[in-house]
Design a protein around this ligand. Sequence first.
Ligand SMILES: *Cc1c(COP(=O)(O)O)cnc(C)c1O
Length: 346
Amino acid sequence: MIAQESRSDVVDLRSDTVTLPTETMLARMQCAPLGDDGREGDPTVRELEARGAALTGKEAGLFVPSGTMGNLLAMLAHAERGTDVFADNGAHLLNSELGSVVTIAGLVPKSMPSHRGAMDRAALEQAIRASSRPGLIAMETTHNGAGGAVLPLAHMARIHALGQESSIPVHLDGARLFNASVALGVPAARIAEHTDSVMFCLSKGLSAPVGSLLCGNEAFIARARGFRKLVGGNMRQSGIVAAAGLVALETMIERLSEDHAAAKRLAAALAWLDPALADPDQVQTNILRIDVSGSLHDAAAWAAGMKQHGILVQASGLAQLRLVTHRHIDVSAVDRTIAAFAAVAG
Ligand SMILES: *Cc1c(COP(=O)(O)O)cnc(C)c1O
């Protein structure tokens, strides 16, 4: 048994990936029916893939070890080597996946100007027109770099329409798709309908220990499945971890609103301390990007100071902190964080 108590009383706001599996997940893992996912298939993985496909309104799903691999397989399965991939200039897929877009997928990154994670549509249209080999359009919601911003559905519909007019597939990096779904108050399928494929993570706010799903039509998923083998992503009795993913989808989606409320409360308190730190109106989901450029310390000094109070935050560049709320951040953790900010601010 993994002791949930093994967490110390450190408040870890670096990421929602630090969430531990629930008791229900651990129990389901122990009795999951298993098989060889690289041969005739693992029944628990097949169930999870079907569930993910149904939730996103797609024909088929593919279980992958990570969101990074899901995005990579989408690029490999959608676009030919040497073609252009268009994404917003803050996209995780372009900036935070170690260049796999170029070095493994062989695509040419075209980074688009954007506002709060949303690509400038006119700039995208121009870039597509100027491209001799367009390959893929990628969107991201919620947007990590843009502080958990949710793409408006109307924006997604316009970008998708542009892709369809130009015969370019549209992929969604939906690592936090269900945060967007809860924030918008619509089913995930209403978001994913504006894309040809979608990746979402089970291992972030949904608290599963491992795994992501890539969903799309049958032919696309069949190609992605081939590429998964190529990059070493066949996982054999992966029903062990897929079982936790099933519980994540069954029990952990609705509670994401608690994480969003905690983030809002943090933002409001920080804005009260110093309005330059945070704008509560910009906090839509579970990520806060705190601007410390007007404070006495740089981001690294802030992170070190907070750590002395038992609060872990992530420095991002010289002047920004990233705080992510999740299942282990309760009311008292939020209060301790606010007190630590006040102490470090001096
Ligand atoms: C976390 C994240 C990923 C990658 O997921 P991993 O499971 O960590 O590989 C991709 N895109 C976004 C927007 C993310 O936040």
